[in-house]
Design a protein around this ligand. Sequence first.
Ligand SMILES: Cc1ncc(COP(=O)(O)O)c(C=O)c1O
Length: 394
Amino acid sequence: MKRDTKLVHAGRPPHVDGRRPVNPPIVRASTVDFETIEGLEEAGRAGIAGEQSFTYGVHGTPTTFALESFITELERGYGTRLFSSGLDAISSVFLALLKPGDHVLVVDSVYAPVRSLVTRFLAERGIAYDFYSPRDVRVERFFRPETRLVYAETPGSVTMELQDIRRLSHAVRRHERIILACDNTWSSGYCFRPLEHGAHLSIIAGTKYLCGHSDVVIGSVTADESVYPLLHQTRALLGSAVSPDDCALTLRGARTLHIRYPEHARRALQVAEWLESHAAVAQVHYPALPSSPDHSQWTALYEGAAGLFGVELAGFNDGQARRFVNCLRLFGKGASWGGFESLALPCDMVSNRSIEDWSSRGAVVRLHIGLEDPGDLIEDLGQALRAASAAGPS
Ligand SMILES: Cc1ncc(COP(=O)(O)O)c(C=O)c1O
């Protein structure tokens, strides 16, 4: 089955008595009431063994399982578990794999809260870390006997560097103890699937494109067969739970991912090309642009692009970048992305990179291009850039 067909058919309920609702019913439950204790125990054993077993709301209901099955098919994995947010999914991967004395390698262009998770929370608990450059093609030279996890994100947050997951997984899989996990939120299973390239785990913040309507917070981790039991056990131990209503909303949004996602990309490319030729713009960080250093890798490995990219403003300081964002009329000012609406966010690159020094470069604004008319967005960006440039440094 091709991706678009899966998006329509995966996770649908079976026919019962020759009929079925198109969407899985929303089953809300904390307690699941069994006829007998033996029935409860049997269902519990199936759950412990890793099956989708309806035993207690925390472990999932049929609605949760429908979304998990859907994402497993989309990501071409062995199994998926859902988490209360994208960050909960990420932190659960770290907690599942790492213990005091272990070492983790994290890509320098990682989603900023993951940097804090690693440098504060994990470091305080005796877990060593190193950041590696997303452009580094020999990450294995940082492997130590204690290295247990390589954590990638492709493309990187804000600066959008692509990582060669095939190369990375080849290096990782020479060492049985090391697991490769990849944040796949930008692609959301639509245009890139890390497990197909040898990663063990793929994480999606469903909050973004899967839901697509800016009204749900949810995360998923899809695993290959070797790591799925550990993922499943850890989730049960930590007790993360998701609302069946949010699963139903995410599934509803995801049914049209293949219609929305390329539309974001088409509009984003038009806006990115316009920005690239603007005098106030030093660089647009977007692999779909032919000028991107990652463009050939993107063409070879990706089946599309998201509507999210970074804009480096020529000579703008942080104050001017903020003024530019505040002058935008059609772009919301907000943290999340992947919904139908355009958003702008100034980003602190200096504090959020350990390897690359951003102190002498222009300020960076992350743009999410929504489903508005790109001509209107370009006009809005033009007037905001003029206003911020005219005001000068602040
Ligand atoms: C790349 C990436 N991964 C993960 C997350 C976290 O997702 P959530 O907001 O659902 O915690 C975000 C949020 O912006 C993100 O940009």
